[in-house]
Design a protein around this ligand. Structure first.
Ligand SMILES: Nc1ncnc2c1ncn2[C@@H]1O[C@H](COP(=O)(O)OP(=O)(O)OP(=O)(O)O)[C@@H](O)[C@H]1O
Length: 287
């Protein structure tokens, strides 16, 4: 699988020894309440992500984002006023043995009862998608996760995308594809009827996830990719760096990118797409 491999990803190292589980759990709702717990709850409320009786498949890659998401859901189940059921699912794409071991050890320590299933994605992607391995991998992974969620009788699939993923995606679409679109906090699956994808970490900033992870002493999977490593993720890193650089010069830049997606002025836009149809503002000019 070395044919398209890149240089590898940045590693996130713990600041201290692994803290006791109780302390880690408590810190989510106490020390990091404002940055993690409150933001999680706000997204759930603002976008109506969860309802009484939901059975949610929480997708765990073993990385910092989804590990935190699992713990947030467990706290919600413990303290929230809605009855929900949770399944923690891992699609093993063909992880290296040591990586899989680390993921399983972390989940065991953190009391996250994961159900791991083989998806064989790395092998397939390495064979058939040398040019766009990340795109293909993400697409296949989504299908595998939906399928497993359905098999387990879930009506929702939760992914660990966070605030920075959202604004980076928005900027990547503008800069690289010439389109204005963002990552939505929830959407209905078109191929898997009755299943909805939700992103409850929508408002949580990556720097706070990193702070929490480092101070908990957790060593998450940093980059488990066996196919492309950082190679095709470069565009995201470029946009990440660009946003970081501009944030030093423009106040509230990150929040403004997010707000822009909520404040599209339909009186001042040239064209848009709805479903399969395209519209121009001129279509309505004489009305
Ligand atoms: N192999 C997998 N099994 C289950 N869920 C996955 C897997 N890979 C990714 N996901 C889900 O998709 C989300 C986004 O995936 P992506 O690869 O962009 O992760 P990321 O931003 O590195 O997040 P994480 O830190 O959770 O790995 C993850 O947070 C997780 O919920």
């Amino acid at each position: 699988m070395d044919s398209v491999k890149g240089p590898g990803c940045k590693t996130l190292l713990p600041d201290n020894e692994l803290k006791p589980l109780e302390e880690i759990e408590k810190s989510i709702i106490k020390r990091y309440r404002k940055y993690l717990w409150s933001k999680f709850i706000k997204a759930i409320k603002d976008f109506r992500l969860i309802e009484e009786g939901d059975k949610i498949a929480v997708a765990i890659s073993g990385g910092k984002d989804s590990i935190l998401m699992a713990k947030l859901f467990q706290e919600l189940q413990r303290y929230g006023d809605m009855k929900i059921e949770l399944e923690f699912i891992v699609a093993d794409p063909g992880y290296h043995q040591q990586i899989k071991k680390l993921m399983l050890e972390n989940c065991e320590y953190l009391n996250i009862p994961v159900k791991v299933f083989d998806s064989g994605i790395f092998k397939i992607v390495d064979k058939i998608a040398q040019d766009y391995p990340c795109y293909m991998c993400a697409k296949m992974r989504r299908g595998a996760l939906y399928s497993k969620a359905q098999e387990l009788g879930c009506n929702k699939l939760a992914l660990g995308h966070h605030f920075n993923d959202v604004i980076e995606t928005t900027m990547m679409n503008i800069l690289y594809t010439g389109s204005f679109k963002t990552m939505l906090p929830k959407l209905r699956s078109t191929n898997f009827r009755g299943l909805e994808l939700i992103r409850p970490m929508y408002y949580i900033e990556e720097k706070h996830i990193e702070r929490f992870t480092r101070s908990s002493g957790i060593t998450p999977l940093n980059c488990a990719c066996m196919v492309a490593a950082e190679r095709t993720g470069n565009k995201r890193y470029e946009v990440k760096d660009l946003i970081k650089e501009l944030s030093g010069k423009i106040d509230n830049l990150e929040v403004n990118i997010m707000r822009a997606t909520q404040n599209v002025n339909m009186e001042a836009i040239l064209g848009w797409q709805k479903g399969r149809e395209r519209f121009s503002y001129l279509d309505f000019y004489d009305e």
